[in-house]
Each structure stands twice: as structure tokens, then as C-alpha cells.
Design a protein around this ligand. Sequence first.
Ligand SMILES: Nc1nc2c(ncn2[C@@H]2O[C@H](COP(=O)(O)OP(=O)(O)O)[C@@H](O)[C@H]2O)c(=O)[nH]1
Ligand SMILES: [Mg+2]
Length: 253
Amino acid sequence: MSCFLTVVPVPLPDLTLFIVPTYNEVENIGTLLTDTLRLPDRVHVLVVDDASPDGTADLVAGYCEAHPARVHLLRRDGKMGLGSAYRTGFRYALRRGYPLIGEMDADLSHNPADIPDLTAPLRAGTADMTIGSRYVNGVRVMNWPLGRLILSYSAGIYTRAITHLPVWDVTAGFVCYHRRVLEALDIDRIRSTGYSFQIEMKYRAWRAGFRVEEVPIVFTERTEGQSKMSKAIVREAAWKVWELRLRDTIGRL
Ligand SMILES: Nc1nc2c(ncn2[C@@H]2O[C@H](COP(=O)(O)OP(=O)(O)O)[C@@H](O)[C@H]2O)c(=O)[nH]1
Ligand SMILES: [Mg+2]
């Protein structure tokens, strides 16, 4: 009798892929990648670029060549929005077997040095999803006009009042998931695009019974490039909160 031994690589339990959506971030992405590469080599990055006219993807391609195991790039044909960039990134990470899957912005608002704090509860098995939170135990936002801070903070009050989601920073985009959360949530059903994507993911994870923990971080507004935030994104989020609540009430979340 012959015996065949098939070796299937099993990713170590702390292997992490952080997804970074980019649109015109050439002034920021190099610093972000350099800072992330200083972290332990278990932390990898996937940039999902939407054909940025400023050449962001070409810059990232240079990092991919120098660090093929740790820096990954997906080039898409045009600007398709944040939610769709995350969904593409999640599918990529799940296919490749990453146990921990995160997301952060490219504009240096989120400090890669905080990644180990975000993954720690997941590595320790005390949480299923962590949120890099501006508003847990105080307010830590640098260089934002007061109006923007009030809008962002109020989004949390509004969302909690309507949905009872026990999270302070509902629109946070610095998040890390254990892959079991993304597998359970059926990400193709999540149609949100802007901030509402962040709210919807947190709400669905919480309602599915996953342990969600907020980790305090300092958020620093970008100094380079431009925000892509718009009134349409805010409106979408305001409606989405009601939609989630009503769907849940009739058992069709
Ligand atoms: N791939 C992709 N990334 C986007 C898109 N819109 C925004 N981003 C990225 O999403 C992140 C957050 O966007 P930003 O403009 O900083 O929003 P703000 O922080 O709310 O002002 C940044 O890394 C952007 O480059 C998009 O349509 N596609
Ligand atoms: Mg930003």
C-alpha cells in the first residue's frame, strides 16, 4: 500500500492582513507601508486601489516587489467606493486563510503602531472583533474642526439610541476581525458604501453574538491629500441605522 502525504500550509493563529483602501493617497501610502513594515512580520498589508490618478498603485507596486510576502496590491478599474473595496479585500483575505483581518485608512489618521493593541484581544481569544476607538474612555481626535467632531460623536449617540449597539465609535474605520466573524456575516449581503458600512458591520457582528471590544486609539486628521467624505455618505449612514433597526425588528436582518 502506498502512502501519500499532502502538506497543507496552516497559517499561524496570529497572521494578520490589514486592508487599506486607497484613492489618491500617494503622499501618505509610502509612510504607512514603511511604518507597518516595522511591525512584527506576522502583519501584512493589502492595498485596494481604485485606479488613483495620482499613481498611488505604482508606488505600492514597488513595495510589493521589495516585500512580496507582506505587501499585497489589488488594482481595480475605477472608483467604486469604500464598502466595495473592503468586501474585495475581505474575500482576498479569507481565500488566503488569514486568521486575523483588519482595515485601516491610508491617510495616517490610524497609526500602524496601534495594530498590536488591536490584535491582542483577538490573539488572546477574549474578543472576536476589535475597534480602534476615538471615543471610549474620553475623546482622542487631533486636528479636527469642532463641527466634524460633533458630527462624528453624535453619530454614535444617534446609532446607540436607535439600535442599542453598545459601541462608542460606530463609524471607526480602524477595525480588526477574527476571520470567523467575516465568515459568519456573509459580506456579499452588505451593500453599504461609506460610513454606513462601518456601522453595519459592527451592528451585524454584535447581533450575531460576537464579542466586540473597543481599544482606545488617538486619531489624527490627515495633513496630506484630501478627504473623500461627502454629504451623501452622511445621509446614507443616517438612513442605514433605521434600516438596520427595522429589518432586525421584523426578523429580516
Ligand atoms: N479604494 C477606495 N478607497 C477609497 C475610496 N474613497 C475613499 N477611500 C479611502 O478610504 C480611506 C478613508 O477616506 P477619507 O477620504 O480619509 O475619509 P475620511 O477619513 O472620512 O475623511 C482613505 O484611505 C481613502 O483613500 C474609494 O472609492 N475607493
Ligand atoms: Mg481620513
